[in-house]
Design a protein. Structure first.
Length: 288
């Protein structure tokens, strides 16, 4: 058995939820010098550039989670302010992108999966995105893990979808069918000037939690059923976020998937699989 096959087999066998929740408890614990030591080890292992962080001293962070969701210095990620540009929502690397064809998204070479399954199973929620475009962005452990708005939007719906917690790294994406539609995830749907925009925050092995700025921690605890929340879009209490504003965060690395409807925006030609992304830089152009 090859090493890659062994890694995939072990993912099927191990208790992914239990392991992830135990790591989550450790990451949330205030362990003094041990926490600082773990952070320094992580920085060295993943070659993290702490000069970008608002607080560069590892000892500043009282828990590993505080370090992992660290804010950046002001101005480190300048936001492209052009009105017709959709910005990258995260630091990471593009995994796949392109057209949504017959309701299917590309996961990896030879692997497609259902947009309807990804969004929680509702035909009504899926319909506005058919024939549109999507992009999958993978956040490695070294990346900045706050998620920002790519365009102005007003929240209309949030969906929690239970599932597995496979790793979402490129090796797993190439070998586990329907990976993003089988992992636990949080779907946020926004009303925007280009129509509905879906932002899917996908959980993964050892991801301690998925949070949004309006709901706080959505998971854990993990559920067994799909839950959805509808939000007013015209009332005084509507949740409207401007382009570049934070909308959520991961505690440990994962994946964000964007989707919008047909003929609304075109992904820029220089955006390709494996392209490194930086939050705030140009990603797509709104169709006039």
């Amino acid at each position: 058995m090859s090493l890659d096959k062994f890694k995939i087999t072990m993912q099927y066998a191990m208790p992914k939820h239990f392991l992830s929740r135990m790591v989550g408890k450790l990451a949330a614990a205030r362990l003094g010098g041990l926490t600082t030591w773990l952070i320094k080890l992580f920085i060295k292992q993943y070659k993290i550039d702490m000069s970008e962080a608002q607080y560069s001293d590892p000892a500043h962070y009282k828990t590993f989670n505080e370090f992992f969701t660290r804010p950046l210095k002001k101005g480190v990620r300048p936001l492209n302010a052009e009105a017709d540009i959709i910005a990258h929502p995260v630091d990471g690397a593009i995994s796949q992108l392109g057209a949504i064809v017959d309701g299917q998204l590309i996961q990896a070479k030879g692997h497609d999966y259902s947009l309807q399954a990804l969004l929680g199973g509702s035909e009504q929620d899926t319909a506005p995105f058919l024939g549109g475009e999507f992009a999958t962005i993978y956040l490695a452990p070294k990346d900045y893990h706050r998620i920002h708005m790519p365009i102005d939007g007003t929240l209309s719906k949030m969906i929690y979808v239970p599932g597995d917690l496979f790793s979402v790294n490129p090796l797993t994406a190439q070998n586990v069918p329907n990976l993003f539609a089988r992992n636990e995830r949080v779907v946020a749907i926004f009303d925007t000037e280009i129509g509905p925009l879906a932002m899917v925050l996908v959980g993964a092995t050892i991801v301690a939690s998925i949070e949004t700025v309006w709901a706080g921690t959505v998971t854990p605890p993990a559920g067994k059923d799909v839950f959805s929340w509808n939000y007013p879009t015209t009332a005084d209490n509507a949740i409207t976020l401007k382009k570049g504003e934070e909308m959520g965060r991961f505690k440990l690395g994962s994946t964000v998937i964007l989707a919008w409807g047909a003929n609304q925006a075109e992904i820029l030609a220089d955006q390709q699989p494996e392209t490194v992304t930086r939050m705030g830089t140009p990603f797509a152009k709104i169709t006039e």
